[in-house]
Write a protein that binds this ligand. Structure first.
Ligand SMILES: NC(=O)c1ccc[n+]([C@@H]2O[C@H](COP(=O)([O-])OP(=O)(O)OC[C@H]3O[C@@H](n4cnc5c(N)ncnc54)[C@H](O)[C@@H]3O)[C@@H](O)[C@H]2O)c1
Ligand SMILES: [Zn+2]
Length: 356
């Protein structure tokens, strides 16, 4: 079992990573004085497989209120958040009670959001069951729902009291979701911790077989990296941007595909484009660009996509205008992210190299 503390003063908490932890969730969670009810929020896909075990593990902590929403990003909206809260009211969930999310990033974002506003804020803990959830979404305290105008446009910061990542639960994750999550692991290695790549490369067969101990090592490594960044920049003023390597193009590809391309698949292509951009400005050498491509290919992630480069560039410019940031995360050597302005021409040239 690996324990990583996210150091945020009074909001500090542990992320516990290991095999078979779901059954121990009741004893692993910190004390929550006054808790009488434990809301377990999950989605239909995860609830069917893992719901009963989570309920059995948590019933020592209070009366269980099981709440299930439909799986899929469409549930991450205000209307569903309201339904969940109405149900909590009818079950008399109070200020001292606990909400536990069981599922991927959709569920932790939705549940974190609900917990942050219900009775002006109650405690939340996350039991992430997707690889993206374990290495990214459940850690760091960002919550959110989607609005008609775009993803994550309404949200809060609400740190959990604990995150328990049981790598055994990853066994049932659909293959494409699993592979997509690996893109974030590779991102952590390329952008922030190249030693992780040395761990990752030879482990490809064990990763593909989803060996829980190997996954625990990778998840813990990524959580350590994210925890370090979040501890320095809880409210996303500067340093947290470094976690967005590959995301400028990635977000545009997700949107351009109508979200048919998964997040990890999109950032995989985004990282290759960023590597080309960095090479074009002398920040990376060709060998480092090839390392991006060979790593991603080894883990069956795409390194190119077929979209119209001009349309994709339009999306990037629109997005940047809306978010008020005209800059990209590039690497000045592996593990050294820098945020730099990139001209439209340079961006288009790099995008054209990955859009075929
Ligand atoms: N808050 C943050 O910092 C942050 C960071 C990254 C992503 N996110 C958010 O996370 C969401 C994406 O997360 P995701 O990729 O986990 O998607 P998801 O939660 O929708 O899960 C993907 C699919 O996998 C299924 N699933 C999850 N775990 C499973 C398991 N163990 N066995 C079987 N099926 C399982 C789910 O039911 C769902 O159908 C997005 O909404 C994104 O905005 C948030
Ligand atoms: Zn991401």
């Amino acid at each position: 079992v690996r324990r990583i503390t996210v150091l945020l003063g009074p909001r500090s908490y542990d992320v516990i990573v290991g095999q078979g932890l779901l059954d121990q969730a009741g004893s692993l969670l910190p004390e929550t004085p006054g808790t009488r009810r434990v809301v377990i929020l999950t989605d239909s896909g995860v609830g069917e497989i893992w719901g009963a075990r989570a309920e059995a593990a948590l019933k020592t902590r209070g009366e269980i209120v099981a709440v299930q929403v439909a799986s899929g990003e469409a549930s991450k909206v205000l209307a569903v958040a309201e339904q969940v809260m109405d149900r909590m009211v009818s079950e008399k969930v109070g200020r001292s009670d606990l909400l536990v999310t069981l599922g991927g990033g959709m569920v932790s974002d939705l549940g974190g959001f609900v917990a942050s506003v219900y009775h002006r804020g109650i405690r939340v803990a996350h039991l992430p069951t997707s690889l993206l959830g374990q290495v990214d979404a459940a850690v760091g305290g960002k919550t959110g729902v989607n609005l008609g105008g775009g993803k994550n446009l309404a949200g809060t910061y609400h740190q959990p009291i604990a995150v328990i990542a049981d790598t055994e639960t990853l066994a049932t994750l659909p293959e494409r979701e699993f592979t997509s999550g690996l893109a974030e692991v590779i991102k952590c290695g390329l952008a922030l911790e190249p030693s992780l790549l040395d761990l990752l490369e030879p482990a490809a067969p064990a990763v593909a077989a989803r060996e829980p101990e190997v996954l625990a090592e990778l998840v813990a490594a990524c959580v350590r990296i994210k925890a370090g960044v979040v501890a320095q920049d809880e409210f996303d003023q500067d340093r947290r941007a470094m976690l967005n390597y590959g995301h400028t193009l990635g977000h545009a590809l997700e949107a351009e595909s109508g979200f048919g391309v998964l997040h990890g698949e999109a950032i995989a292509v985004g990282m290759v484009a960023s590597a080309h951009l960095a090479a074009d400005s002398g920040l990376l050498d060709e060998g480092e660009v090839r390392r991006h491509i060979s790593l991603l290919e080894r883990f069956r992630l795409p390194v190119t996509a077929s979209f119209d480069p001009e349309a994709v560039l339009e999306r990037i410019l629109l997005d940047k205008k809306r978010r008020g940031e005209g800059r990209w995360v590039l690497l000045k050597g592996l593990g050294h992210p820098v945020v730099v302005p990139v001209s439209e021409e340079a961006a288009l040239t790099a995008i054209q190299k990955v859009l075929v």
